[in-house]
Design a binder for this molecule. Structure first.
Ligand SMILES: Cc1cc2nc3c(=O)[nH]c(=O)nc-3n(C[C@H](O)[C@H](O)[C@H](O)COP(=O)(O)O)c2cc1C
Length: 120
């Protein structure tokens, strides 16, 4: 599993580092055909970033799950990009988490990664 990170202020990278799997910035993804966990964010009241949209259009077939960094101050728009990506592309929404994630968030996503590995 490869984490592909769409991050503006670095929270997504900080979360990726805790997962113990390789990760790459979305801008540097080289077409590697591993299963992908997309780590993205919401902007502009729950919108999906252009980077994440373009990535899903091009490489969505490899994306097994999406996890979204956000902030609960955004109310119903908290992590809303994750709901939109999941619905539009039929990808599992693994987790919405705040900032760079608490240890329970890391544990949740690590458990998902393990389950995915066993399904191979
Ligand atoms: C302009 C702007 C809009 C944002 N909109 C949302 C939003 O709609 N929903 C949400 O949960 N977080 C929103 N956030 C918070 C970011 O998603 C959050 O800070 C996230 O951790 C950033 O991840 P990154 O550091 O990987 O870029 C917004 C932040 C900014 C600066």
């Amino acid at each position: 599993m490869l984490a592909v990170v769409d991050s503006l202020t670095g929270q997504g990278e900080r979360f990726a580092k805790k997962l113990g799997i390789p990760y790459v910035n979305i801008a540097n993804y080289d077409g590697n055909k591993d299963d992908i966990l997309l780590l993205t964010r919401s902007f502009n009241f729950g919108e999906v970033t252009q980077e994440a949209q373009d990535f899903m259009e091009q490489y969505g077939a490899y994306v097994k799950g999406v996890a979204v960094s956000g902030n609960r101050n955004w109310g119903t728009n908290f992590g809303a990009a994750g709901d939109k990506i999941s619905k539009a592309y039929g990808v599992e929404l693994v987790l919405k988490y705040e900032g760079s994630g608490f240890s329970k968030d890391v544990a949740c996503v690590k458990a998902w990664i393990e389950r995915e590995k066993q399904e191979l």
